[in-house]
Design a protein around this ligand. Structure first.
Ligand SMILES: *[C@@H]1O[C@H](CO)[C@@H](O)[C@H](O)[C@H]1NC(C)=O
Ligand SMILES: *[C@@H]1O[C@H](CO)[C@@H](O)[C@H](O)[C@H]1NC(C)=O
Ligand SMILES: *[C@@H]1O[C@H](CO)[C@@H](O)[C@H](O)[C@H]1NC(C)=O
Ligand SMILES: *[C@@H]1O[C@H](CO)[C@@H](O)[C@H](O)[C@H]1NC(C)=O
Ligand SMILES: *[C@@H]1O[C@H](CO)[C@@H](O)[C@H](O)[C@H]1NC(C)=O
Length: 524
C-alpha cells in the first residue's frame, strides 16, 4: 500500500479540472442585462494605410466582403474609426489627391512600421464612400502637432467629404470627430515633459473650440466630438483619466459640450513576449476590463457613452504567434462580451496593414508579419484567426437590435465563461459558452472537456437546443478554424463549406472542450 501523501500526489492531476458543471440560465433578462450594439465589435484603422484598406479607385473587395459578413449577421456593418498614431502625424495639402506617406525602415521586431509623416488631400476622406453601406464613422484630426491650420483644414475636408453626393449616396455616416490620439502620452515628445492633465484639458478645449467654430460643429448635431482617447487611464487617481478630466471641467468647456462619447484605449500589455494561454485566460480578461469600472461609471453617469476607441491584444501591433493565434479568437469573444456587460458600448479593434493582431489583412503582404522576412510568393488578402471571434459575436447578437446580454454566473469554473442573450420581449433566446483553457500543440494528454448541464430559473424552459461550435485545433494554431463547419480562410473572405450544427434536447446538456466556443440557440 502506498503512503497517503503519495496517493494524494498521484491523484492531483485527476482532480485538476471538474468534468461536470451546472450553469444556471435565467429565462427572463435579469435587471443587470445590458443592451448591446450590433457594432459592439468595430474597427480602428491606422490612418497611414487607410487608402489600402478601403481601396483608392474602387472599393477594396476583400475588405468589403469581410465587413459585409458581419453586416449580414447583425444587420449593420461595424463602425470604423480612422486615425490613431497617424492622426497626430497628418498634415493637409490641397495639391495632394489622396495621401503621401513616409515610412521608416522595417525591422524584425517591427515589420510594418507606421508612417512618420502623412500628408492628405480631399480624396483621402472621400474614400469613405468605399465602405459598406450603412457604416458609421469616427474621423481623427491632428492635435499632436499643435498646428491649428492642419486641424482646421482636415476638419473642413472631412465635412466636405461627408456632405458630398458620393459619400451620402453610399450611405456612410459621420458620427464623431476625435481631436488628438492618446494625448496623455504627448509629454516629452509632442509637449513638454511636465505635460499633465490640467494642461491637456485647457489646451485641448481652446484648440478644439477653434476647430469647432471654424468648421461649424454645433452641440446637438452630428458630427459630435469623441472625447479623450487616452492611451492609458489611472482610473481616477489624479493623473490622466476620464474622472480627472471631468474634475478639471472638460465637459463644461464649449468644445467639451460637443462630447457625446468618451474613448479610452486598452491593450492587455506590451509587445514582445506573451503567452496565448495568458491572453485568453478568464481571470486576465476580467482583471483587464474590471479596472475600467470606475471610468465607465463616471462617464455613463454623466450621460455619455464609454468605449474602447482603440484596443487589441498587445500594443505595438501584437505579439508574434500569440496575437494572430486561434486562442486570440477565444480572447476576443470573451473580452468583448465581458466588456459589454460592464457598460463598454463598442470596442474598436485596431488594424493596420501587416500588423500581427489584425483580424483582417486587407492587401497582399510581401513580408512576414512576424519578422519581416520576404514572403515568396506574396500572401493574398486574408483574415486572421481573431476574425472568427468577431463572427461568433455577430451571430450571437443576431439581427434583432433590441436585445440584451448578461453574463452567466459560472464563478465555480476558472476557465469557462458564458453569456445569455434575451430578445425584445426579454425572453431567453441563446447562450454562448467559452472555454478559455488553452489546449496547445505542446499540451500532452487528452483534450480536457466539460459536460455542462443547463439549469433554468423561471418558468417555461426551452426543451430543444441547436449547437454551433467554433472548432479550433490548438490555441497556438493560426489557421484551420471552423465556425459551424465553415471556414473564412478563403481568397474572397466569404464563408466556404456547409453549415454544420447539431440539435438535441436541452436535457442532454452541452459538452465543451478546452479552447472552444459553443453557441446554443434554444427552442421549444
Ligand atoms: C516629417 O514630420 C516631422 C515632424 O513633424 C518633420 O519635422 C519633418 O520635416 C517631416 N518630414 C518631411 C519630409 O516632411
Ligand atoms: C501646419 O499645417 C499646414 C496644413 O496642413 C501645413 O501646410 C504646414 O506646413 C504645417 N506647419 C508646420 C509647422 O508643420
Ligand atoms: C491583463 O491581461 C494580461 C494577459 O493578457 C495579464 O498579463 C495582465 O496581468 C492582465 N491585467 C490585469 C489587471 O488583470
Ligand atoms: C425592446 O425590448 C424591451 C424589453 O426587453 C421592450 O420593452 C421594448 O418594447 C422593445 N422595443 C421594441 C422597439 O421592440
Ligand atoms: C428528445 O427527448 C425525447 C423525449 O424524451 C426523445 O424521444 C427524443 O429522441 C430526444 N431527441 C434527441 C435528439 O435526443
Amino acid at each position: 500500500m502506498l503512503p497517503l501523501s503519495l496517493l494524494i500526489l498521484s491523484a492531483a492531476p485527476l482532480v485538476q479540472r471538474a468534468a461536470c458543471l451546472t450553469v444556471t440560465v435565467p429565462l427572463t433578462a435579469p435587471t443587470a442585462a445590458v443592451s448591446v450594439s450590433s457594432s459592439l465589435v468595430s474597427f480602428s484603422i491606422e490612418g497611414d494605410n487607410w487608402p489600402d484598406w478601403v481601396g483608392t479607385s474602387s472599393p477594396n473587395t476583400f475588405t468589403n466582403n469581410v465587413l459585409n459578413n458581419l453586416k449580414t449577421l447583425t444587420g449593420s456593418p461595424p463602425d470604423i474609426r480612422v486615425g490613431a498614431n497617424s492622426e497626430d502625424r497628418t498634415l493637409f495639402s490641397n495639391t495632394v489627391p489622396i495621401s503621401q506617406t513616409i515610412f521608416p525602415a522595417d525591422s524584425v521586431s517591427n515589420p510594418y512600421p507606421e508612417a512618420s509623416n502623412v500628408t492628405v488631400g480631399d480624396g483621402y476622406y472621400a474614400l469613405s464612400r468605399f465602405l459598406p453601406s450603412g457604416t458609421h464613422m469616427t474621423w481623427g484630426i491632428n492635435f499632436g502637432s499643435n498646428n491649428l491650420t492642419a486641424a482646421i483644414d482636415e476638419g473642413k475636408s472631412i465635412l466636405k467629404a461627408f456632405s458630398s453626393d458620393a459619400v451620402t449616396s453610399a450611405g456612410i455616416h459621420l458620427d464623431l470627430i476625435e481631436i488628438g490620439n492618446e494625448p496623455d502620452l504627448y509629454g516629452g515628445s509632442k509637449r513638454s515633459s511636465s505635460w499633465n492633465i490640467g494642461q491637456y484639458v485647457s489646451t485641448w478645449s481652446s484648440f478644439s473650440e477653434s476647430v469647432a467654430s471654424a468648421i461649424g460643429l454645433e452641440a446637438g448635431t452630428r458630427p459630435f466630438v469623441q472625447g479623450l482617447a487616452f492611451g492609458n487611464s489611472d482610473h481616477g487617481a489624479g493623473g490622466f483619466s476620464p474622472q480627472q478630466a471631468y474634475n478639471d471641467g472638460i465637459l463644461s468647456t464649449s468644445a467639451g459640450k460637443l462630447i457625446t462619447v468618451v474613448s479610452q484605449h486598452h491593450y492587455s500589455g506590451g509587445c514582445c513576449t506573451a503567452l496565448v494561454s495568458d491572453l485568453m485566460s478568464k481571470s486576465f480578461v476580467r482583471g483587464n476590463v474590471t479596472a475600467f469600472v470606475p471610468d465607465i461609471q463616471a462617464t455613463v453617469s454623466r450621460g455619455h457613452k464609454f468605449i474602447f476607441g482603440e484596443t487589441n491584444s498587445y500594443f505595438n501591433h501584437g505579439v508574434p504567434d500569440v496575437s494572430d493565434a486561434a486562442g486570440a479568437a477565444i480572447w476576443l469573444t470573451d473580452y468583448s462580451l465581458f466588456a459589454a456587460t460592464l457598460g463598454v458600448a463598442n470596442l474598436y479593434f485596431h488594424e493596420g496593414v501587416g500588423y500581427k493582431y489584425n483580424l483582417i489583412q486587407p492587401v497582399t503582404l510581401t513580408k512576414s508579419t512576424e519578422d519581416a522576412t520576404p514572403l515568396n510568393p506574396p500572401v493574398a488578402p486574408h483574415i486572421q484567426a481573431p476574425y472568427y471571434g468577431a463572427i461568433v459575436i455577430a451571430e450571437f447578437l443576431g439581427t434583432n437590435s433590441n436585445r440584451t446580454v448578461s453574463e452567466l454566473d459560472i464563478s465555480s469554473s476558472s476557465t469557462i465563461s458564458g453569456y445569455a442573450l434575451y430578445g425584445s420581449n426579454g425572453v431567453l433566446e441563446k447562450a454562448l459558452l467559452i472555454d478559455s483553457q488553452a489546449f496547445l500543440t505542446t499540451t500532452s494528454g487528452a483534450r480536457p472537456s466539460t459536460a455542462v448541464t443547463l439549469k433554468f430559473s423561471g418558468s417555461h424552459p426551452p426543451t430543444k437546443q441547436t449547437l454551433k461550435r467554433l472548432a479550433i485545433g490548438h490555441a497556438d494554431d493560426k489557421t484551420g478554424l471552423k465556425w459551424g463547419g465553415q471556414t473564412y480562410e478563403t481568397s474572397s473572405g466569404l464563408a466556404s463549406g456547409t453549415v454544420s450544427t447539431t440539435s438535441s434536447n436541452v436535457s442532454a446538456g452541452v459538452t465543451i472542450s478546452a479552447t472552444e466556443v459553443v453557441l446554443i440557440t434554444f427552442s421549444n
